[in-house]
Design a protein around this ligand. Structure first.
Ligand code: KG4
Ligand code: ZN
Length: 368
């Protein structure tokens, strides 16, 4: 690579917080960002026999794969460490074993190359991805829907977040995964449930819409999962048509309840920021890949006069590019301290440190 001009910065991003070993090189210019390389090695095959992520297997797989994944990201970008301006590594939240592997590798590379290290909050990386892909301007509202989190967050700026809503029990991705598991569908459950739902009858089962109509903007999904279990038990053994119909009814209930709940935060955003030029909802996290959910949210945003930005599915799920970008954003905002070498991984690391924990929230804490 030719040496970048002074106005562009390049970062290596390292992501190991859950079941993806990922590394990427991203460029930041005054005009925006560009992904130069993005390598993601999924561990789905290692975990699928267990129906979920096994922390010990994940940590070991990260140890084995990370060096190769980083080398591939650098090679694909045609750069060496000395061409870069910083190294960013996920430091939390997530599974402690994986976080240690990624952050220690980042520290070692930074120490060896003399580059600054930026420990990145994985949730912040999800929150800022829409600025890399779509140049989203602050402030915007973020809906983060993943295997470990279901939150609405006001993004005021880099490092400035206010949680407006969260789940009181299961995360949305978790609800998809558990529903898939009890119907005998493969892990991860989201794509399998979506595929089955496409063939099914949305009106065959009348499933609950948890918290619907309540003024508080939070989410709840565990009752829905329980209702699915009851429906499946009553029919047992379930046929393929039963599975398809349950998935379709489940997904419809999810879209209904999610849009009703998120609508409350959209109304609040419009009321608190009546004058911004392009009010925006950013959708991030693996569940944002779901087409039915995307189109339900598109319709909802149109009703509220808001623009919706949903990064491409590959950048909604875990990747190194979002970590590199978050590191660059923090660098540009002057938020990079000089104590990164002593930064300890944080399995729990809420975006909004001031938000009160809700009952049951974060009990799994493994995925983000
Ligand atoms: O953000 P992500 O890749 O990993 C973390 O949780 O950090 O999200 C994974 C979650 C899983 O629960 C998976 O089942 C869900 O996203 N997911 C989906 C779809 N694709 C992935 N859920 C619903 N529909 C999908 N198409
Ligand atoms: Zn994530």
């Amino acid at each position: 690579m030719t040496k970048p001009d002074q106005h562009s910065l390049h970062a290596l991003g390292i992501e190991t917080s859950c079941d993806e070993t990922a590394a990427a090189v991203v460029e930041m210019t005054p005009a925006g960002g560009r992904i130069v390389s993005n390598v993601v090695l999924s561990q789905i095959a290692e975990h699928s026999a267990f129906g979920g992520v096994v922390p010990e297997i994940a940590a070991r797989a990260h140890v084995e794969a990370l060096d190769g994944v980083i080398a591939a990201a650098l090679a694909e970008a045609g750069v060496e460490l000395r061409d870069l301006d910083l190294i960013a590594a996920t430091a939390g939240p997530g599974l402690i074993g994986g976080l240690i592997v990624g952050l220690m590798t980042g520290k070692a590379l930074a120490a060896a190359s003399g580059l600054p290290l930026v420990p990145v909050n994985h949730l912040e990386a999800h929150a800022l991805t829409a600025r890399l892909t779509d140049g989203a301007a602050f402030p915007y509202l973020l809906l983060l829907v993943s295997g470990g989190h279901t939150q609405v967050v006001l993004v005021r700026g880099v490092g400035s977040y206010e949680r407006w809503a969260t789940t009181i029990d299961d995360a949305l991705g978790e609800a998809f995964d558990k529903t898939a598991k009890l119907l005998g569908l493969p892990y991860p459950g989201g794509p399998a449930v979506e595929a089955a739902a496409a063939r099914g009858d949305v009106s065959r089962f009348n499933l609950p819409r948890p918290l619907r109509g309540e003024a508080r903007p939070d989410f709840s999904f565990s009752g829905l999962k329980t209702a699915v279990r009851q429906a499946a038990n009553q029919l047992a053994p379930v046929s393929q048509t039963d599975i398809d119909d349950i998935c379709a009814s489940f997904q419809r209930a999810i879209v209904d309840t999610l849009t009703e709940r998120v609508g409350r935060s959209l109304a609040r955003f419009r009321a608190e920021f009546p004058d911004i030029a392009s009010p925006t909802l950013v959708v991030a996290g693996g569940v944002a890949a779901n087409e039915a959910i995307r189109s339900g949210l598109e319709k909802l945003c149109a009703e509220h006069g808001m623009r919706i930005v949903a990064p491409p599915a590959a950048l909604c799920s875990d990747n190194g590019a979002m970590i590199a970008w978050a590191g660059l954003e923090r660098m540009r905002a002057g938020l990079v301290g000089d104590n990164a070498q002593s930064f300890a991984p944080r399995p729990r690391w809420p975006l909004d440190e001031d938000a009160a924990p809700l009952v049951g929230h974060g009990k799994r804490g493994a995925k983000a």
